[in-house]
Structures are given as structure tokens and as C-alpha cells.
Design a protein around this ligand. Sequence first.
Ligand SMILES: Cc1cc2nc3c(=O)[nH]c(=O)nc-3n(C[C@H](O)[C@H](O)[C@H](O)COP(=O)(O)OP(=O)(O)OC[C@H]3O[C@@H](n4cnc5c(N)ncnc54)[C@H](O)[C@@H]3O)c2cc1C
Length: 886
Amino acid sequence: MAHLRCALRRAASHQMPGSGKSTLFRPFSSGTGQTAEKNVPYHKTLKEESPRGKGPTKPLPTSAEVVVVGGGSLGCQTIYHLAKMGVTNIVLLERDRLTSGTTWHTAGLLWQLRPSDVEVELLAHTREVVSRDLEQETGLHTGWIQNGGLFIASNKQRLDEYKRLMSLGKVYGVESYVLSPAETKDLYPLMNVDDLYGTLYVPKDGTMDPAGTCTTLARAASARGALVTNILAKMLPRSPAIRHFISHIGAWAQILGRMAGVRVPLVAMHHAYVVTERIEGIQNMPNVRDHDASVYLRLQGDALSVGGYESNPIFWEEVSDKFAFGLFDLDWDVFMQHIQGAINRVPVLEKTGIKSTVCGPESFTADHKPLMGEAPELRGFFLGCGFNSAGKKTPGGEILSCPFRVTFSLAFRRFHHSLTDNHHWIRERSHESYAKNYSVVFPYDEPLAGRNMRRDPLHEELLQQGCVFQERHGWERPGWFNLREAILDYDYYGAYGHKPHEDHIYNQLLTDEYTFNFPPHHKTIRHECLTCRNAVAVFDMSYFGKFYLLGPEARQAADWLFTADVSKAPGSTVYTCMLNQRGGVESDLTVSPIEPEVQDSSLTPSFEVDGYYLAVGGAVAQHNWSHITTVLQERTFQCRLIDCSEELGMISIQGPSSRAVLQEVLDTDLSDEAFPFSSHKLVKAAGCMVRAMRLSFVGEMGWELHVPKEHCVQVYWAVMKAGTQHGVANAGYRAIDSLSIEKGYRHWHVDLRPDDTPLEAGLTFTCKLKTGIPFLGREALETQKATGIFRRLVCFTVDEKVPMFGLEAIWRNGKVVGHIRRADFGFAINKTIAYGYIRNPDGGLVSLDFVKSGEYMLERMGVTYPAKAHTKSPFDPENKRVKGIY
Ligand SMILES: Cc1cc2nc3c(=O)[nH]c(=O)nc-3n(C[C@H](O)[C@H](O)[C@H](O)COP(=O)(O)OP(=O)(O)OC[C@H]3O[C@@H](n4cnc5c(N)ncnc54)[C@H](O)[C@@H]3O)c2cc1C
């Protein structure tokens, strides 16, 4: 038996790479061999339950609605949810026995509060299933233990983060309390609270039992007709007899992905915890997450399991298909990082022995979120993998069986295809996400790993002028303008023998922004915003997705895809949405009908009959691409979608002086008569052919120039030169975020998501409901229009100067009615602006009168602030500025 004290005694003091602090990470076991058993702490695993390879108890059906591969937590959740939805012809293929991959050795912790409304909702659902539904349905106990969860804050910022979670929890009925150190001690007498700032206590958190949960899920699914087998999926059955194929094989997902020609961007890593001997007085204590020490303490009967996230996790390089109910030897060199934090928090651990070690494989992704939904490469092939040590608590089936619930943050399509087979990028980013998993989630953080993958033609020019870049979809896009600093190669924060950068000013800039207050660069953003409002600003938006929809049936495809009527003459530009069948918004974009040209180029593609130029948000380009190509395929329209995103740059010039500036650069009349709002033309800029569009995403008069990449620098400098006398400034996406919310323009995937309809989001004007033209989602919208809407996006302003970032709770007449999706500071109106969907607590309709008649408060970190609801944008509500009326 190893003792933690023994571990500490034997440990030599080492410099932790990059930390500069003396720390203990030398294993006590390296010189003496393995000192604890390799064993999971559960009373029962399914390893012993039935002989391996027994095969299906019933003959396999000749056809299946859904084939699920993998009988771990996700596979079992999926068959249960599908069966419950009424799908009867489901087959689950598990190469060994249920749970034999990662699930059997999971710690099984379920924490309900996360900094994401989607995840909070999903977790609440999982909790209901394991703690209530399954037991009611099967009469079997899943092994769920509700011992509560306690989050430790050692500093103010951490407690602020917890208070944000507490406010969000109120929206979803998740009970939580901020406790003082003394109250924490009362709750958990064995805890050291001397260095505590406070804690967040969530009484209904708990722990899941892997074997109990999975067998109960599988039994409930089988009772409804699902067939669970012991079969290894060795190939992808490409048969019309199988409608959907769902891969839930966790760390093994790339093996099946390769067979199917689907790239699965994840890495497998060793992930571990140790189980202690009995601890007197620990029974019934809540599970603990000490984020600042990167360690968790899970109650294990009368003992604790101790685990966490290391700075140097071990990659599982050669994922073996034979690995079932397997564990790795624990590498104490890696794991020792957790010991000091654990002992500091619960000092009795120092004298407690370690009974067993559990180190198994788990799959991790670039942003620590799972990969879910249909693979972009193959129709009918769904994935649900890469659960980043959180798969026990994710109701895979719920999401997969209902694609509309796969929000963008979890969807496979959030990654650009150029990244999904870039092993270097996946590895770097997955490492960083793992190592930072317990870091405070600040609103303006950016990754340091996997940067500079996609650089637009203006990158160097902007860098030289002090651009601080943000990473989106692999692109480096301008965030704001500050110092002249490059982003250095990833140093793994000093792990694996990498020399950490001593002077990484970009990293320092990010670190300065780590606050829930107004960030230090608030004034810089203000300057960029007000320059745009009062003079002219130049935004490099080249990272935008730019597609052409071309061909004989492009018009029919456009009619069906887009909510707005885009059957206009070439030269017009239309803002529109694309919907799913349920009327949820899959995208908002601009569509410009174009004329066929003689010369085939990135600016003027050759085509027959009809053609449209589409401009979509750069971070969601892959999602848009997949949505459109899926619809084209389903409807068999005779047309092509062409991606010109990398071929064209996009420079947006916005502000009252934009016309004066551009009139010097463009060889065309920019008057309102000659070039009205929402129109576009092929023109010459500084001698180069560009497509100029009169549009604005910031609520000003302005033009976007879509420029072939080879001419971007020339055009950009011509604009900057002409702008000098008008006080032109570069501005970035931080300014765009503020300016666009001030004007009330929606951001897809924040204000608009696949579960929001245009009617709810105030975008009915984009829908051609008054025409007879059918479009995808129309029927759902008509039904909703007839019934009325039960939730509505509302704009709020707060007079008190207080920063908000989203997730704040919305109170109406003393009741919580929703939460803020997006918030920012509006510099022209000098107020915080926040948008969120509200519901009627009585379950009734949410009319404009309902909105207007309420008294509102927004709750930020447990404190409420009076807020005013607006039914029109508080800035330029009559839309004068975009029309050039100043
Ligand atoms: C140490 C540790 C602690 C953890 N703690 C927590 C926690 O506290 N809370 C939490 O939520 N999560 C935790 N996790 C993560 C969680 O356990 C996993 O995310 C989850 O179990 C993954 O489930 P899965 O179904 O995706 O994969 P798996 O459980 O790995 O299931 C995949 C299944 O697919 C089968 N398979 C593979 N290839 C094939 C094939 N070709 N044909 C047929 N079958 C195949 C395998 O045999 C396996 O049974 C932890 C993980 C580890 C390693």
C-alpha cells in the first residue's frame, strides 16, 4: 500500500516546467515499482457478467433503421433514447461487452453547472434519466448517488465564475449556493478552508455508476425492441438496409472513421485517478472540484478517488482494437501533480494509503467538446465521440436522435475540413484544451495552440499595424489593434521538455484580458467603435465563407434554401436565413444574384442560367457548406456549390465618411441613387476588379469589397490612404461585436441557433411568408405563426455601468424567464446591451405586449440590475444610417 505522505516524503522538489514554482512531482513508485493495485473501485463491472463474443441472442435483422456501434455510455444512451422515441429497429454492435472501453472505469461524476446553457440543459436531462426515469421504467436502481458537488474558489475571479454559473442555474432550476469558508467547513469538516475564498455548493450533483447505468439503459432499450449484440464492427456496412449508422466508439473512433472515409479529429490520451484507503469521517461528503489545483475528489463509499488534468498528459499513440476492460500502468511522474493540491484541500489524505490506481484511455478534442452529428463526408454516418472525460453525463441519444438539438458548439461541423485531418493541429489544440480544462472560462480568451493555420491576404499588413488576432475556424481574424506582436509557435506551456516562451507578448495581452470586469482594452475597443460611428473604420473580414451557388436549377435551390425572396435581378443583395425542417435557423447570410461573365475567375465564375454569391460568417462556413450540400443532395437540384473563401478577401469600410473615402478608390458613382443599400456591383478599386456591396454589419453607411486575394493589399492601402484625411482607423471583431449588438444585428450560433425560429428571433421580415414560394421550414413557421410564439428574443439595456457577457439570468416581475445569450457594451449609447430569449412563466404566449409590460432585472453573479426591455434596437431604430442619412 502506498501512502500519500510517503509519496511526498520520497518526492524530490522539482521545478514545474513553466511555472517557476517548486513543486513535487517525482513519483514514489518509480524506484520501488507499482505500489497500488490497478483496479476500478466499483463493486461490479460487466467484465465478469457474460462470456465474451457470445454473439447476439436473437438473429440479426436483415435491415435496420439505426445501427449503433459501441456499447459504452454513449451507445447505451443512444439506443435508449431512440427506442423511447419509437424507433424499434435498432441494433447495437459491441465488440466485447457493454462498458468495456472507457466507460467501465469512469469516475462517473456529474456536475450540473457549466458555462454553457446547452450543456446545463443536457446535464439536467441526463440527471433526470439516471436518477428517476430509468428506475421508474425498469424498477432497477442505476447506482446513482446524490451526494452533492462542491466547487472550490481560491480567489475572487474563480468565485465570480461560480456566481455566473449560479445565476445561469436559476434559469434551469439547478439549485446552488455560494458558501463562505466557515460554511464550507461546516459542510465538509475534513476540508482545509484556510486558503478558501468561497465555494459553490450544488446539492443535487452526484455520481453515476457505469455498469448500473449502462445495463439499465440497455435493458430499457431492449424492452422496447432494440437488439444488443457482441459483434465487432469490422467494416462499414454500406447497405440501403441500414438507414443510419452511429459510431459511439470513443477512443477507437478513428479506426471506424478511416473505414468510412470520415476524418475524426480527436486524440486518445491516458486519463487517471487513484482510489484511497478508507478515510474516517468522509462518508456522505459531496464530491469536490478544486479547479485552481486542477484536482477533483470523488466520494467512493468511505474513501476518495483523486484525479485531475495534468499539464503533460500521455497520448495513447497506437490505439489497440484488442484493448477491452484494460487499464494502463499509472505514470506517477505525470500524476504526482495532483497530490499536493489534494492534500492541501483534504489534509487527512497525507496519511491515507492508496488502494488502487485507475488509468485508462479516453478521447479528447481540440476544444474539449464532443464531436456529434452527421459527418460532413458521409450522409447517414453519425458520430458521438470525443467526450473529453465527460461522456458519462452526456445524453448522446437525445442529441443524435434529434439533430436540431446538436447545437453548433457540439456539432462535428464546427471544424473546418482543412483542420480535421491535420494531426499537428488536433494534437496541439487537444493538449491545450486538456491542460486548461480547469481554468476559469473568461469571455475573451483565445487558444495559443494550433494558431496561424489559415492567414488571409492582409494578415502581414495588419500584423505590422498591431493587430491582435483571434482564432476562428483555423483563420486568424483581427480582434483589436494594439501592439505589434506575433503569435509564437505553441510551447505546450513547457510540457514534454519544450522550452516555454519567456516573452510572449500576445499571451500577456490575453492574460490581461482575464477578467469578468471591463477588460483593460475596453478603451481601445471604444476608440475603434466610435471611429466607425463618427468617421470611418476598416474591417478585414476576409475570413468570411464565400460560396457560389450556380447552375440550371440554382434558382429553384435558392427558393427552397433561403427564407427571403432572392429571385431578384443581378445587382441586388438580400439578407436571409436558412432553416431546418422545424423552422430553426441554420444560418443567416447575404445572397447576391449575379450575372454570368465571360471570364471564369474567383470573382466571376462561369455558369449557365442562374448564379448566386453567398457570404456567410467565417466561423460557421463549414456548417453552412454542409447544410447547403445536404439540402442540394436531398432535393437533387441540378446545381453546384463552389467554395471561394480562400480565393477572395473581404474589406469592409464603414462609417459616415465611407462614401467620401471610397469615392476616391472606386471607379463608380456611390450616390444613393446609383448605389443604394443592399446592392452590389463589379467595379474597379485602385485599378483592380472587385465586387463592391453596399451592406453593413455595424449599422453604418458602408461597403464591403470582395477582392481577389492577389489584389487585397493594393486595394487595402488605397483605402487607407484615401481615408487618412477622414481619420480612418483599423478595427477588429471586438468592435464588430459591440457595434452589431448596439444596432441589434444577430450573431448566428449565439443570438440565433438551430433551435430558434425567425419568428422568435425578430427576423420574420426575412421570411417570404406572404409569397406562395415554398421553402425549407416554411410549414413549421406557418404553424408557429398561427399558434403564436412562446419565447422571444428581447433586447435589454442596463443603465448602471456594469459589464455583461452572456449567461446572466433575466428576471421579469420577480420571476426568472430566461437568460442572456449575448451581451456587450455599446459605446455610442454608452450602455451595456444584452439579448436573451424570454418565456412566459405561466406557459402562455410571449407577445410584444407581454415584453413591454414587464419590469426587468438582469442577474449577474448573483446581483440584479434594473434593465429596460426594447422592442426595437436602441441605436438608430429607424435604420437611417445604413441609408446614408446622418
Ligand atoms: C479516468 C477517467 C475518469 C473519468 N471520469 C469521468 C467523470 O467523472 N464524469 C464523466 O462524465 N466522464 C468521465 N470520464 C469519461 C467517460 O468515462 C467517457 O467519456 C465515456 O465513458 C465515454 O463513453 P463512450 O461510450 O463514448 O466510449 P467507450 O466507453 O469507450 O465505449 C466505446 C465502446 O465501443 C466499443 N468498440 C470499439 N470499437 C468497436 C468496433 N469496431 N465494433 C464494435 N464495438 C467497438 C468498445 O468496446 C467500447 O465498449 C472519465 C474517463 C476516464 C478515463
